[in-house]
Design a protein around this ligand. Structure first.
Ligand code: ASP
Length: 460
């Protein structure tokens, strides 16, 4: 007999069906056994009636056993119906049970895992993910990504994968590095973002790129940070700042309408604040402009623009506030080239904030070698250092790179807000602890002497 998905069983009233899934709840009343079954689509209540051939097997079942069950789909008597619940009006009269796998007693119940110790949840993540809330979070992730891919495809963007094994460059965070076996003493870096590759794809004539990209930053983990996280990464050639902001605003508006129709966007078009206004009015550059902070379905998007390009480091040197690859606003290009009035150079940089979180940021880039070089010179980089780190960018910019700009969204953070979760680990399938560990795989872990030897590495 072919398997029927549990979400569809109510279409089979009066017929015999076969379902497959997990024992969700078991209530043994002696003469009767009630068993709820769960698959990825829904739950159905089953019952083994007195005298049934299935009774003996039914007595063996425990919660989370994996089973194939055959039975008749019956209408429930009026008084037992549950309105508005999937399968609330039907019941499965169990006739035959096959145990596909057993389950030991679970380390924690999976119905309310938000109350379970987080270390245990991460150690048994595959169980945690069985819970209704986590199932919803992960499935919504998929729905949003599916929308994003469809949207960009319709707008003539193509998804291009960029390398994970790349080169250590200053993008603001600490790199994860990977030793090279063939080139002993040399290291790859995992990308902090695909920034340079996506710009080089503009040089390569792709014109409109996006990628659901994994990024790696060796920072101390916080509620909205992880050692690895996902960006919706975007870059466009021949587009103005206005056009890039427009299309990404449209992405968010349409995504919410399609995937979260119950949510309301506070203001469209998204309000825009200058960095200065945001700091003066809200004291930060990712303002929470919600009219009602208790409303879980209110989304208050806004843009923050006109960021200072440079700020002073503790060592009294200039560094970039966002991205060394940003361009200044058109009126400030002269200042950049002449390295004058540096503190007042405004970057063509725009951040998107949502309910008090920065969910995205991007900019128009320098696409000429002299402006990119000027950025590094202002930061005090020597000619040699600029050559060693950025030769490939400067060369590409002297071989016909179009004007371009883009943006990247922190996808985990976006999902955290959309799903009303308190931290990004709730929307990341296999998240790490606050210390960057994976208690399920027990990583990071030691490696063999032999592996280290092959890499020419000796531990201190
Ligand atoms: N690469 C930048 C980041 O990761 C985003 C961008 O400017 O596109 O913050």
């Amino acid at each position: 007999m072919e398997r029927v998905l549990i979400q569809d069983v109510s279409q089979y009233v009066g017929q015999r069906v076969k379902i497959m899934g997990w024992v969700n709840v078991r209530r043994d009343q002696g003469k009767l056994i009630f068993l709820d079954f769960r698959d990825a689509t829904a739950i159905v209540q089953g019952v083994i009636l007195p005298g049934s051939d299935a009774m003996e097997m039914g007595k063996l079942l425990r919660e989370e056993f994996v089973v194939a069950v055959e039975g008749n789909i019956n209408e429930r008597p009026e008084r037992n119906r549950k309105e508005g619940v999937v399968n609330g009006s039907v019941e499965l009269e169990i006739l035959g049970i096959e145990i596909l796998n057993t389950a030991d007693v679970l380390p924690f119940p999976i119905d309310n895992t938000e109350d379970v110790n987080e270390l245990a949840r991460l150690k048994y993540r595959y169980l945690d993910l069985r819970s209704d809330r986590m199932q919803k979070n992960i499935r919504k992730r998929h729905e949003v990504l599916r929308f994003v891919r469809k949207f960009f495809d319709q707008e003539r963007f193509i998804e291009v994968e960029t390398p994970y094994l790349t080169k250590s460059t200053p993008e603001g965070s600490r790199d994860y590095i990977v030793p090279s076996r063939l080139d002993k003493g040399k290291f790859y870096a995992l990308p902090q973002s695909p920034q340079q590759y996506k710009q080089l794809l503009m040089t390569a004539g792709m014109e409109r790129y996006f990628q659901i990209a994994r990024c790696f930053r060796d920072e101390d983990t916080r509620g909205d940070r992880q050692p690895e996280f996902t960006q919706i990464d975007v870059e466009m050639s021949f587009a103005t700042q206005e056009e890039i902001m427009q299309i990404n605003e449209e992405l968010m508006i349409k995504m919410v309408a399609e995937v979260y129709p119950e949510k309301r966007i506070q203001q469209v078009p998204f309000p825009r604040l200058s960095y200065k206004e945001a700091m003066e009015k809200y004291g930060n550059d990712k303002p929470d402009i919600r009219e009602d902070k208790n409303d879980p379905n209110l989304l208050a998007f806004c843009w923050v623009v006109d960021f200072p390009f440079f700020e002073k480091t503790d060592a009294d040197e200039w560094t970039f506030t966002h991205n060394p690859f940003s361009a200044p606003v058109p009126g400030d290009i002269e200042k950049l080239i002449n390295k004058q009035d540096v503190e007042n150079i405004v970057a063509a940089q725009y951040d998107m904030a949502l309910n008090g979180y920065e969910i995205g940021g991007g900019g128009i880039r320098n696409h000429k070698p002299e402006t990119l070089k000027a950025v590094f010179e202002i930061m005090g980089y020597s000619k040699e250092r600029i050559e060693a780190n950025f030769h490939h960018m400067l060369q590409a910019f002297s071989l016909g790179t179009p004007p371009h700009g883009g943006i990247a969204f922190g996808f985990d953070r976006l999902m955290m807000i959309l799903q009303n979760e308190p931290n990004i680990r709730e929307v990341i399938p296999f998240a790490k602890t606050g210390e960057g560990r994976d208690p399920m795989m027990e990583s990071p872990s030691e490696v063999d002497e032999k592996q280290l030897g092959e890499l020419g590495i000796k531990l201190k």
